[in-house]
Design a protein around this ligand. Sequence first.
Ligand code: AMP
Ligand code: MG
Length: 367
Amino acid sequence: MKRLLCLLLSCVLAGSLCACGSTSASSAASSGPQPETDEFYAMDTVMDLAAYGDGAKAALSAAQTQIETLESLLSRTKTDSEVSAINTAGGAAVSVAPSVAQLLSAAVEYSAATDGAFDITIAPVVSAWGFTTDSYQVPAQEDLNALLPLVDYKQVKVWNAADGAGDQVSLGAGQSIDLGGIAKGYASDTVEGIFRENGVDSGMISLGGNVYVRGSKPDGSAWRVAVQDPADSQSYVGVLSLTDAFAVTSGGYQRYFEQDGKRYHHIIDPSTGYPAESGLTSVTIVAAANSDAGSNTITPGAGTMCDAFSTALFVMGADKAAAFWRSGAYDFDMVLVTDDGRVLITKGIADQFEQSEGSDYAYEVIR
Ligand code: AMP
Ligand code: MG
């Protein structure tokens, strides 16, 4: 019998953190030190944070401020954000904060690495489906045909301060960008830096399902991060035991609408303009937190990579995702759930993955 996700996640305080996302994390400690916790709404989702130790309170306060600052820079629905300035500049170069330039550089790199499966210039197509405004519709094919030529990350130009021209960004004519597939991962990277700066050695966060676990639980055991069953919000396909790691899930079940009996989700295949139908129902990307990578809190790191790749590999499908993983170009592991009832786990985390008892899924290791 499937155990209920909510059992694992039995909410807030008493040493446990409810992470209401697709990848969910929980400290099941009922005794021992109690964490500082914070929960708030930002970036269109629920943010849950918990941290232990002397610096915990200051770290969580700084983390919330930082996430809210990032939202004010990166949102494309807030008209005064830097992303809105970029989107309305008509192709002219726009001066941006160093963090925005660095994040956009990373986004372009991950777009190239995934051969455009990840592409932040998908924005006009995401809008055509109504995912930006929540007024959903299936766009006419001729409208999509007109928008698809605008989807091309190669026209995004980023100048970093080190290039001598200051931090600037320009888009191609008619283009706009949507950072919904990468911003929360980047936010989790900045929280890693804030935990480090505040001496927090043990903590966990879930930014709308973008999980970061710092160190281990106070009792020395690994954090347990549940991977939701895409077919049943009350169940999970398994639990990952993680320390110092990011785990980010993309799934078609996370945001969707139904029309004429068909479900349309929010992860768009840039080659068709339609919700990706790759045979995958969720993709969880796991990577080690490389704490010496970021010498400051604005450097995109493993959290950003996990977020971009969870979206991209969902678009690619299992075979291409496995080939990408095998290429070794980037250091990550993954859990794929397929629409024909399989859970595929790469060998790097197979030993850290506990299958759900009595699950109907068939579990396989990708080597
Ligand atoms: P995630 O939940 O991280 O997979 O991100 C999904 C969000 O990213 C969507 O709601 C869109 O805002 C945006 N998005 C959708 N398709 C793509 C894509 N192929 N590449 C980049 N961003 C995308
Ligand atoms: Mg993503």
